[in-house]
Each structure stands twice: as structure tokens, then as C-alpha cells.
Design a protein around this ligand. Sequence first.
Ligand code: NAP
Ligand code: GDD
Length: 333
Amino acid sequence: MMNKNVLITGINGQDGSYLAEFLLEKDYEVWGTVKRNSVSETQSTRIEHLRSNKLINLEYADLTDMASLIRILNKIKPDEIYNLAAQSHVRISFDQPIYTANVTGIGTLNLLEAIRMVSPTSKIYQASSSEMFGNNIDNDGFQRETTPMTPVSPYGCAKVFSYNISRNYKNSYGMFISNGILFNHESPRRGTNFVTNKIVKAAVRIKLGLQDKLYLGNLDATRDWGHAKDYVEAMWLMLQADTPDDYVCATGKSHSVRELCEYVFSQLDLFYLEHIEINKKHLRPEELRDLKGDASKIKKELGWCPKYTFESMLDEMIEYWKTYYKQKDIIYV
Ligand code: NAP
Ligand code: GDD
């Protein structure tokens, strides 16, 4: 039997790399898009360990370059497409709002239009986000599929556009498109300018005497943090359903940035307040204050069952950075 073909845009991102591993284990033929970078080694850092697998293929493409998407779709005609590519950093979206709208918003439309023309029967996963809700919270304290969306960042606005245009293409053209409304998910592969990995990496470095201070922004924001490995399984489950639909993925537990600091530093026998300073440059012009998701729909309908807890996820990240610096011949004290 032929292997199923899958296309992952943004395969070298945090989620793309875990999803590629997950799908290779299921014997998919995995195609991924990478962006050209002048340092070619950084184009595929997170998936370097998978490159020898015969079932993985990389292609240059950019969501802003529709011709590159058409070329790949024509070549592969994928059974499943996971649109993970994005300018995904919320703070940076305030510095580069137009770029973010072009990639994270219009880029999705470029892809959908290319799929409609070239491969309309492909099943599509759109990486939507809890950032789309803005500061709306249901009376019970949770956000869910029905919570209104009033985004508070250029990134959130671009994601709402992608969410809406995906639904519009599903309804207008009968395409199989599901939105995963994913809450924050992390891992040792998380970019180190997102708050979890920034804190864990800095705390380990402080413990080793490599750094004195950690500069952060708002410590009082709360987030619902899960593990990326659990969340890529949810993406796949959505495309195995009989009909397309939109699903929230979250742990249902939320913690403040302050609590996260407290936990990570205490795991290293440090007291966070002795090492943290606030720097205004990490504050956002408008902040999304609190996130806590209700994932009962995906649990009930698709049987999704996350394995990691907040603590086990952070412990894995701490271990990663401890090992990383050990391999660099630094003695951990
Ligand atoms: P990530 O690590 O930032 O990965 C994004 C990927 O997109 C990278 O491979 C990046 O390539 C690529 N990319 C950026 N601009 C592109 C463009 N113009 N054309 C093609 N590719 C481009 O993000 P992630 O954490 O894996 O998240 C995956 C997706 O889920 C994103 O759409 C994100 O917005 C969304 N999401 C994430 C979370 C979360 O908590 N992680 C939650 C909800 C939704 P380079 O590295 O070469 O720039
Ligand atoms: N990045 C960062 N750096 N965030 C900080 C810092 C800092 O120094 N100090 C405090 N924070 C706070 C932010 O203000 C925010 O409230 C929280 O930490 C989390 O920030 P990020 O880790 O950057 O994630 P995010 O919630 O803004 O966005 C992530 O999650 C979204 C889903 O809710 C990204 O992965 C988005 O792509 C994703 O859609």
C-alpha cells in the first residue's frame, strides 16, 4: 500500500518538528516547507535528526509566495496539509504588524487558494490560536470554541483572519478544513524568546554562574501551558475525523508567569526574586491578561488525552538545558 502524503508548512518550527516525528512513526511520507536562510544550517535545525529518513522531503517555499505553494502542491497532491507556518511571536507582531499580517494572515489565504486550485480534496489543518480570544472570558473563567474573538495584538488579528477565511473556504467550497484553537504549548524546542524557554534557559545559566539577571515583562499574566508533543497529536486527530470542525486544545489549568518563575528557580534551589528584573521593553502595548481553555469538545469527540502536566513539561525543559550546558563542558554545581 502507498504511504499517505502529508505537507507541513513551517516543518522546522517547534510544532512542525514534533508533528514530523509523529507522522513518520505512522509511516506517512512527510513533505515540509523551509524558508531560505543565509545560514543554511539554521533552515532545518529542529529536524536535522530526521533528515536521513527516506520518508522526509524538504522544499523551499514561503507563505507570501503563492507560486512556491502551487509548485509544491502540484508535485505532491498531499492527503493532509498542516498549515503551521507563521510569524508566531506576539510581542514582535507589534514591531512588524504588516509583515505579520502578510505571513500569518494573507499567507493562509495564499495557501487555501492554491489548494483550492490544485489539490481541493486535501484535508487541511489550520493552526489557530487562543490569542484570537483577546480578553474575553466566559462566566466560568474558561475560553472555548464559542467564546467571542476580540484579539489584542496584530498577531491575534492575523490569526482571526486566517480562522475566518478557513471557515469561509470550508463552507463555500466544501473543503475539509479544521481549525485547532491551541493554547500555549511548549517544549525544549520552544524558541528561547518565548517566556517559558527564556525563563528555563536563564535559570539554568544563573545556576551555572553564566548569567546574573533575567529581564522579563509582565509577571502577572496567566497562560494555560501544555506540551507541544501532546498538541501535535491533537492536530492529527482533527484530520482523522469524518467531518471537519474546530477544536480548542488546552490543559484547563492556568498559571501566572510569576508562578512559572517560582517553580523553575525552586527546582534549581534558587529564589526567583533575587534574579529577576522588569524591563519595559518586554511589555506589550496591549496585553492578553488571562488564558484558560476548556478542551472538553476534543476530549469527548476525538478522544484526545494529553500526557504532560505543567510540572513534567518544565522538568523536561530544565533537564534539556542542564544537559546542553554539560555537553559544553561546564560543570553543573
Ligand atoms: P514557530 O516555532 O515559530 O514555527 C513557525 C514556522 O513557520 C517556522 O518553521 C518558520 O520558519 C515558519 N515560517 C515563518 N514565516 C514563514 C513564511 N513566511 N513562510 C513559510 N514559513 C514561515 O511556531 P510553533 O510554536 O511551532 O507554532 C506553529 C503554529 O501554531 C504557528 O502558526 C503558531 O502561530 C501557531 N500556534 C502556536 C502556539 C504555541 O503555543 N506554540 C499556540 C497556538 C497557535 P523559520 O524558523 O525559518 O522562520
Ligand atoms: N516572550 C516574553 N518575553 N513574554 C513575556 C516576558 C518576556 O520577557 N515577560 C513576561 N512575558 C509574558 C507575556 O507578556 C505573555 O503574557 C506571557 O509571558 C507569554 O508570552 P509568550 O511566551 O511570548 O507567549 P504568548 O502567550 O504571547 O504567545 C504564544 O502563545 C499563543 C497562544 O496563546 C505564541 O506561541 C503564539 O504563537 C500562540 O498563538
